[in-house]
Design a protein around this ligand. Structure first.
Ligand code: AMP
Ligand code: MG
Length: 515
């Protein structure tokens, strides 16, 4: 049962549980000439959730890449921020008017083990109110030490920040919910990792930075009062359409979060994305992809694909991402137990009922997604088998995930020797016959398939090359690839260089955690 609204002590006063945490006010008249309009709803939450912390100034900030279309979308004036002003703001050397910098507290299960964490190198400047009334976090990643830094230096290196910029913007273009990247600046200071690297800061834009780990943090502290406030805040910020009926509000919330996460992970898998570090602190309640560290796109199809150098057990392998999502959501459900029902047994039963629907939901979403990729618009009995055979053939022959699907959308299986074998050819005949039994013309079907099957993704061998060049001072290849991944479904002729699969896939390709 949802208890009676009661005043809860928080920093600076008392307010009732049902206080509106997010004002619906979209008055944008207070925007500064550069376009800043920052609010701080998160900093009005209980102060156990954050620590006030300014970014640590850097020696010589230099703007390396700046996302002008995104800036305009946020109400910022791109021309005014492209240069020294941007370098100062996006390094934290100068705070935007109205900023109230904080580091957020959270916990998380990292590779299965529970840890208290928090922003060890990220500072939230505030929530920018966009011209269309959205509220988005503006966060500097790599902005210096905070009370949560533990043994870390609070800094980030240029390569990983450019990688996050590139891959998050690619995901956006693919239509997959994601945090965005506004800018990368170099700091003029070295960071010491295995070698000495150029320091850099990424400005990240997110619907919010509320994580499964944020709930786990309050649950671990047995701070049910704050947990209730955080939950209500999250509902108001990300699930405003939820029922207001008190007994079903929390279960409906859990279910809505579960649905969004399953949709997200299926979208990843349909484009061959491997997140790489699906710890519960890297799961955003907004349903956006967050924390691009050792992520990468799979070349040849293999469910066991792992790229992260630290994921030695394959916990976050491509084909395990749905079951790991289920595991992560179970941690969220556990944190919510005190709010689900006054009777703990009943609360557990409710949580299990919601979580129990996830495997079925995954199967439906996955199957529908693959049907769309293969151009199936009607339903027939043998469809699951047809889809299963395609996956099995890809795995058996080491087919490139992206090229195989895209080729079907263009002209059928690739006309190269690897596909001119009886197994593939028999499958193609069966598939072609199947499409002919549908009402749409082949061209209409292919047009639809081209919207589902990207031609351009940030392929590992290209990503490595452009990051190498950029860290050596030449950003041109990076910008060219960034441009190309921005139009994944309608490539231009000059994008063909970025569409090529590696000549010999590197089975030992490894990505390193984004530090
Ligand atoms: P991540 O792997 O980026 O999700 O980070 C996991 C945790 O480690 C978060 O609490 C980060 O804030 C923290 N962290 C990562 N790198 C650093 C660093 N260089 N200095 C301080 N904290 C860090
Ligand atoms: Mg993280």
């Amino acid at each position: 049962m949802w208890p009676e609204p009661e005043p809860i002590p928080v920093a600076g006063g008392f307010f009732p549980v049902h206080r509106p945490y997010i004002s619906g006010d979209t008055d944008t008249s207070g925007r500064t000439p550069e376009g800043w309009l920052l609010d701080h709803s998160y900093a009005r939450l209980p102060d156990v959730l954050f620590h006030r912390q300014a970014p640590v100034p850097v020696k010589a900030p230099h703007l390396v890449v700046f996302n002008k279309p995104l800036a305009a979308d946020l109400g910022l004036y791109p021309e005014g921020l492209d240069g020294e002003a941007g370098a100062n703001y996006f390094s934290g050397n100068r705070l935007p008017p109205g900023a109230l910098p904080i580091a957020q507290a959270y916990a998380g299960h990292q590779f299965g083990g529970f840890t208290m964490l928090g922003d060890g190198r990220a500072i939230l400047l505030g929530e920018q109110i966009t011209p269309d009334g959205r509220r988005v976090d503006i966060q500097l990643k790599g902005a210096g030490q905070t009370p949560f830094s533990r043994r870390g230096d609070g800094r980030a290196a240029l390569g990983p920040m450019l990688r996050e910029y590139l891959v998050s913007e690619a995901m956006q273009a693919l239509g997959i919910p994601t945090t965005r990247s506004l800018a990368v600046v170099t700091t003029g200071e070295p960071v010491i990792r295995e070698s000495v690297l150029a320091g850099a800061i990424l400005t990240r834009v997110a619907a919010s930075h509320i994580r499964v780990g944020t709930f786990e943090y309050l649950a671990a502290r047995r701070d049910t009062a704050s947990l209730r406030i955080l939950t209500e805040y999250t509902i108001q910020r990300h699930y405003p359409g939820l029922t207001t009926e008190e007994s079903s509000r929390i279960p409906a919330f859990l279910e809505a979060v579960c649905d969004r996460q399953m949709e997200l992970v299926v979208r990843w898998m349909l484009v061959g994305f491997v997140h790489g570090v699906m710890n519960t602190d890297n799961v955003a309640l907004s349903g956006e992809t967050i924390d691009y560290g050792p992520c990468a796109f799979m070349d040849h199809y293999d469910p066991g694909t792992v790229f992260s150098s630290i994921d030695t057990g394959g916990r976050y392998a491509y084909g395990r991402q749905a079951s790991i999502t289920h595991w992560n959501l179970t941690r969220l459900a556990e944190a919510l137990i005190p709010l689900l029902h006054a009777d703990e047994k009943e609360a557990v039963r409710m949580a299990e009922e919601i979580l129990g629907t996830l495997p079925g939901k995954f199967q439906t979403l996955w199957s529908n997604g693959l049907r769309a990729k293969l151009g199936l618009t009607t339903r027939e009995d043998g469809d699951e088998e047809l889809i299963g055979q395609f996956l099995a053939l890809m795995q058996e022959h080491g087919a490139d995930w992206t090229l195989a699907f895209r080729s079907l959308a263009e002209k059928g299986l690739p006309g190269v020797p690897a596909y001119l074998v009886p197994g593939w050819q028999a499958w193609q005949t069966r598939w072609t016959d199947r499409l002919e039994r549908q009402p749409e013309s082949t061209e209409t079907l292919r047009q639809g398939m081209r919207q589902r099957n990207p031609a351009v993704i940030p392929r590992n061998h290209h990503v490595e090359r452009v990051l190498d060049a950029a860290t050596n001072g030449d950003t041109a290849p990076f910008l060219s690839l960034l441009d190309a991944v921005g139009r994944p479904f309608q490539p231009l002729p000059e994008d063909s260089v970025w569409m090529a699969a590696p000549e010999a896939p590197d089975p030992h390709y490894r990505t390193f955690c984004g530090t």
